[in-house]
Design a binder for this molecule. Structure first.
Ligand SMILES: Cc1cc2nc3c(=O)[nH]c(=O)nc-3n(C[C@H](O)[C@H](O)[C@H](O)COP(=O)(O)OP(=O)(O)OC[C@H]3O[C@@H](n4cnc5c(N)ncnc54)[C@H](O)[C@@H]3O)c2cc1C
Length: 392
């Protein structure tokens, strides 16, 4: 068994961990990143070609600094790598006039508009008639209305992770993939991280293991975390050009029940299988290692017939590809970004609950600041770990 010493070890190199490792490497810290798979991969929460990003964050005002800073970092990464990470397609959030478009705090259409108004973010509220006129593939009901944000768009999650890991490597970080971490010990002089094949010493540790975060939390805090299997489908377009990000925005459509949540994504013409559709489910939880990775014919049928056909024209009933993806949900659906309750040597991050990717570049920077500076620039008090202990 070998033992090395680093300033910082990052366990989990998905959206959050790759960002933290990149930021630490930019600081010149000696850093080791370890992942059980080889990111970007399809086993966690950060795959599937695209992720929505918006500027008026209806999940809460305290998220705004994170998305704003992330947007700067995506541009920095695009300049450094020459790759395209963001498509400004614009984005729609649609909900019924009569029912509350319930998502997070309350009515997501109204809340997004309130935040846009307060923070000077360009937006429009569109009636069903205006939706039909401007976006002829959509099939709104008379009672639907939409929040439209022209500056919103989609990120390319695999490329974002790849770019940050590649730059971290170039800056001197060490990266171990295909190595599962099994535990860690905290002492007065540092932390020891143990994997299936080795052990490593460092001053500080960031744990960003996504759907496996509960394995690394104190037992008293695990009850507030659950993992839900979600589905991503790609269907064939009658005319793919109509779904290009220059013409077609992402659409989040909030129906009248929790099971009636549906999103469609713009399809850049660079190798994506087809047009991506997703839904959400909150009723059945699982363990990340036990989850069924097979998307059934019944699930594809439900996505196409129940959710898509009443809302969208232009897609054929031909599923080209499907993947399973994992939501790591806290009980209040907000993030966890905090020190371990027993030591400031360890920073714990679970920023998912289905809305973390757009903030991930800045969350990585925050995790790095917490680890190396023992404090951070943004207010993370709402993301404290302590609240999870209420749910044991
Ligand atoms: C279907 C779906 C749609 C989504 N849509 C959006 C969206 O449109 N916009 C948005 O902002 N967010 C969205 N999200 C949420 C967003 O994708 C997540 O918040 C984000 O990807 C979580 O990143 P993470 O780093 O926490 O997890 P991951 O990226 O999964 O990374 C965790 C890493 O830890 C590694 N790991 C786990 N255990 C160990 C171990 N024992 N040893 C070593 N390594 C380990 C894993 O291999 C993995 O690479 C969506 C999520 C899903 C599932």
């Amino acid at each position: 068994m070998t033992e090395k010493h680093y300033d910082l070890i990052v366990v989990g190199l998905g959206a959050m961990g790759s960002a933290a490792l990149y930021q630490a490497s930019k600081r010149g810290a000696s850093a080791l990143g370890i992942d059980r798979f080889a990111p970007p991969h399809t086993m966690g929460s950060s795959h599937g070609d695209t992720r929505i990003t918006r500027n008026a964050i209806g999940e809460g005002e305290n998220y705004l600094p994170f998305v704003k800073r992330s947007n700067e970092i995506w541009r920095e990464l695009e300049a450094a790598t020459g790759g395209r990470l963001f498509h400004q397609s614009g984005g729609l959030i649609i909900g019924g006039e009569d029912a509350v478009a319930f998502h997070y705090q309350g009515d997501f259409v109204d809340e997004s508009a309130r935040i846009a108004e307060k923070f000077g973010i360009a937006y429009e509220i569109l009636s069903a008639d205006e939706l039909l006129r401007r976006f002829p593939l959509l099939l709104p009901r008379d009672s639907d209305r939409a929040y439209y944000e022209p500056g919103a768009g989609v990120l390319r999650p695999e490329r974002c992770i790849d770019a940050q890991l590649e730059l971290a490597r170039q800056n001197g970080a060490t990266i171990h993939t295909g190595e599962r971490v099994t535990g860690y010990d905290i002492s007065a002089s540092g932390v020891t991280v143990v994997s299936e094949t080795s052990s490593y010493r460092a001053d500080k540790l960031i744990i960003a293991t996504g759907a496996w975060i509960a394995d690394f939390l104190p037992e008293t805090h695990r009850g507030g975390i659950r993992v839900n299997r979600q589905l991503i489908h790609w269907f064939e377009a009658e005319d793919r050009r109509l779904f290009h990000p220059d013409r077609f925005p992402f659409v989040i459509w909030i129906g009248d029940t929790l099971e009636d949540f549906w999103s469609v994504f713009p399809a850049p013409d660079d190798g994506m299988a087809g047009v991506k559709l997703v839904t959400e489910q909150y009723h059945t939880s699982t363990a990340a290692d036990d989850v069924s990775r097979v998307v059934t014919a019944e699930e594809a049928d439900d996505m196409y017939r129940r959710l898509t056909v009443p809302r969208l024209k232009g897609l054929r009933e031909k599923q080209l590809e499907a993947e399973v993806c994992l939501y790591t949900l806290t009980s209040d659906e907000h993030f966890v970004i905090d020190f371990h309750p027993g030591s400031e040597r360890v920073v714990l991050a679970s920023p998912c609950s289905g809305h973390g990717f757009k903030h991930s570049a800045a969350i990585g920077e925050t995790l790095m600041q917490l680890a190396l500076d023992a404090g951070c620039e943004f207010d993370i008090s709402a993301f404290n770990l302590g609240r999870l202990s209420e749910y044991v």
